[in-house]
Design a protein around this ligand. Structure first.
Ligand code: AMP
Length: 219
């Protein structure tokens, strides 16, 4: 298996699909820049204090900072296949990423989850997150078990709505995504055939199967 870049707007199901892939591919390591940055904010590290206000507003952290964080992370996990989730996110990051991957002889495939904006908003309105590990769940599921919810991923009982899942901020996050996605596709998909758009408006298991089928197409 090669490295995988998972692209898609907020709410498109990247987290869910990342988890399904990780559960079935033992050599796959998950690099979620959003999770790393949220964790830094939560622990009030120097990095966290630097990026907190940007995350709260749904704005992007600088390319320079994210690139160096990611490249160091990859170097520390060099023996693994890597699932890139939330990175690259801008044309500048994609260019630096492509060069870095080539220089390190790492092949990658790109999976883009396609979901219309009306559906994305509806999903985000309904979702909440485990404060401890970032696992995402539906509010409707939580209502049934509000007092005894236990995160299926880490066992924490602390549920939150992400500060950047507020509707006005989500709309800004869509704008940011839409302004960058074309150049992302150009830089990541222009030079080879391992780029796939998957219909993200299906049962999660069907989306997952489509991803596996796509990954099979390019060895
Ligand atoms: P996510 O969980 O991927 O939606 O990321 C949450 C937030 O982390 C984003 O709204 C940005 O503020 C920041 N972030 C995550 N990944 C990146 C990235 N590749 N470049 C810049 N900022 C990022």
């Amino acid at each position: 298996m090669a490295d995988i870049v998972l692209l898609g707007p907020p709410g498109s199901g990247k987290g869910t699909q990342a988890q399904l892939l990780l559960d079935s591919q033992p050599n796959l390591a998950h690099l979620s820049t959003g999770n790393i940055l949220r964790e830094a904010v939560k622990s009030s590290t120097k990095l966290g204090l630097e990026v907190k206000s940007l995350l709260d507003k749904g704005q992007l952290v600088s390319d320079e900072l994210v690139n160096s964080l990611v490249f160091e992370w990859v170097n520390n996990h060099a023996s693994k296949d890597i699932l890139f989730d939330g990175f690259p996110r801008t044309g500048t990051q994609a260019l630096a990423f492509h060069d870095f991957m080539q220089a390190n002889n790492r092949a990658y495939k790109v999976i883009e989850l396609d979901v219309p904006e009306s559906e994305l908003l509806d999903r985000i309105r309904k979702r909440c997150t485990c404060a401890s590990c970032g696992y995402v769940d539906k509010v409707s599921d939580l209502k049934e078990s509000k007092n005894n919810w236990v995160c299926p991923s880490c066992g924490s009982q602390e549920i939150v709505v992400r500060s950047d899942d507020r509707e006005d901020i989500v709309k800004d996050r869509f704008l940011v995504y839409n302004s960058e996605v074309r150049s992302l596709r150009e830089h990541l998909c222009g030079s080879f055939g391992g780029c796939f758009r998957i219909n993200g408006v299906q049962e999660a298991s069907k989306v997952y199967q489509d991803i596996l089928d796509a990954l099979e197409q390019v060895k």
